[in-house]
Design a protein around this ligand. Structure first.
Ligand code: GDP
Length: 445
């Protein structure tokens, strides 16, 4: 997602970087390029116009044109504007004062509602809630069964109509489910409703009826981000027909251009609350406009990475490594090795590295990461003495030859690892060195 936009914007900023000061003509040219970049990413035309106008107004501000480093100023303005069109502040579920909180999921067939019900259920359970999933999609023959499977995987109970009672009435099922939740002390009820292939009156009527019966605290519109501009139109139709409180974007792991994600919050005036980025139950998170903007601008998503790491990492060891990165002690290859071993517990390297600042520039390399290569890196570090791991500067030719032999690799492999490590450490140190997070000293900018 957002690959083309990232590439385009980084070219725009690179061009700016070579300029000392910006003339109005430079700013105009930059705005044209940003406009093309957004349109190519399939962002809604109205949103693009508004975006460019705001960025331009900011850029023409005398402070910016006089600044010594105009490219960073413009990146900051673009960043702020991206955060704003993505909805500003992150917003999560508003829980009802009197449980159960009722969440209704609406959207087209295939949008990912059922999968989302499981993800949301697991997320709520992890956050100490007692959720109940409700199968109110009685349209598709297999939908109830599918929700039961998802619920089982997520460890969340499912309320479903008894089999053999004919097609059943979704409104009635939803109503009974709420009564059941009250009696059994579930504090959140997630109602999965039926979708259709396209927007039609019957679909809206049914969704509106369920909504009227269960009076949800949150009606979430679930939409497949890969369907592009149609996502925005469908969202509008649902908002008019049923009324929605927030949006959930699914399939952000797809390689679409991402325009839907960038337009929907602004066009609807409703927040994107969650994002789904894979078929697994944990491929799901709250949507943070600021983090998404950083990711689009190639500044990485360190916060999400840190949060995931906190779930996996040994706290003591992580703190020690972080302190080293902040410069209290030199970060060495031994630290790198233990961090890497812990990282591998978090999932495939390509996914993790993709969240690092500057990752956009190494996209191809990241996609081509071969887990065997990581085994090789481990072997090389293991072949070093503790002293060598602490201080790579002592690695002369004969030491490198010995290490290569010990690890069963070429000396060039050892050189490559050491050089990359030194580069990476420089990048991390410049990031840790304060200022605007991730901006000054950003590689390649
Ligand atoms: P529903 O008809 O709205 O209930 O949609 P489903 O939950 O059945 O999802 C439709 C398909 O999309 C299924 O094959 C899901 O596995 C898949 N899916 C759902 N969410 C995601 C996602 O975030 N990423 C990817 N790649 N696939 C997803």
């Amino acid at each position: 997602m957002f690959d083309t936009l990232q590439d385009r914007l980084s070219t725009v900023f690179k061009g700016l970087r070579s300029k000392g000061r910006l003339t109005e003509a430079d700013i105009d040219a930059t705005m044209r390029e940003i406009r093309i970049a957004l349109l190519e990413a399939d962002v809604n035309l109205g949103v693009v116009k508004e975006f460019v106008a705001s960025v331009k107004a900011g850029a023409l501000d005398s402070e910016v044109s006089k600044a010594l480093n105009p490219s960073q100023q413009i990146i900051k303005i673009v960043n702020d504007e991206l955060v704003s069109i993505l909805g500003g502040e992150a917003r999560t579920i508003r829980f009802a004062k009197r449980p159960p909180t009722v969440i209704m999921l609406a959207g087209l067939q295939g949008a990912g509602k059922t999968t989302l019900a499981g993800k949301l259920g697991k997320w709520l359970r992890d956050n100490k809630h007692a959720p109940l999933l409700v199968a109110a999609d009685l349209q598709r023959p297999n939908a109830v069964n599918q929700l039961q499977i998802v619920g089982e995987r997520a460890g969340v109970h499912v309320f479903a109509p008894e089999p053999g009672n004919g097609v059943g009435d979704p409104v009635d099922v939803a109503r009974r489910a709420i009564a059941h939740a009250e009696a059994k002390l579930y504090d959140v009820v997630i109602v999965d409703t039926a979708g259709r292939l396209g927007v039609d009156q019957e679909l809206m009527r049914q969704a509106a009826n369920i909504k009227a019966a269960v009076e949800p605290d949150e009606t979430l519109f679930v939409v497949d981000a890969m369907i592009g501009q149609d996502a925005v139109n469908t969202a509008k139709a649902f908002d008019e027909g049923v009324g929605v409180d927030g949006v959930v974007l699914t399939k952000l792991d797809g390689d679409a251009r991402g325009g839907a994600a960038l337009s929907i919050a602004r066009v609807l005036g409703k927040p994107i609350m969650f994002a789904s980025n894979g078929e697994g139950l944990s491929d799901f998170d709250m949507f943070h406009p600021d983090r998404m903007a950083s990711r689009i601008l190639g500044m990485g998503d360190m916060l999400t990475l840190i949060e995931q790491a906190e779930k996996t990492f040994d706290a003591e060891q992580s703190r020690a490594a972080a302190e080293k990165l902040m410069g209290k002690n030199q970060f060495g290859l031994q630290d790198f090795l233990s961090q890497m071993q812990q990282l591998r517990k978090m999932g495939p390297m390509s996914k993790i590295l993709g969240m690092l600042p500057g990752a956009g520039q190494f996209k191809q390399a990241i996609n081509e990461i071969d887990e065997k290569e990581i085994d090789r890196i481990e072997a090389i570090i293991n072949a070093m003495t503790p002293k060598e791991r602490d201080d790579v500067s002592i690695l002369n030719g004969s030491r490198r030859a010995r290490i290569a032999k010990g690890a069963g690799v070429q000396v060039s492999d050892v050189n490559k690892l050491v050089n990359r490590f030194v580069e990476a450490r420089k990048m991390m140190e410049s990031l840790a060195g304060g200022g605007m997070p991730g901006m000054p000293g950003m590689p390649g900018m």
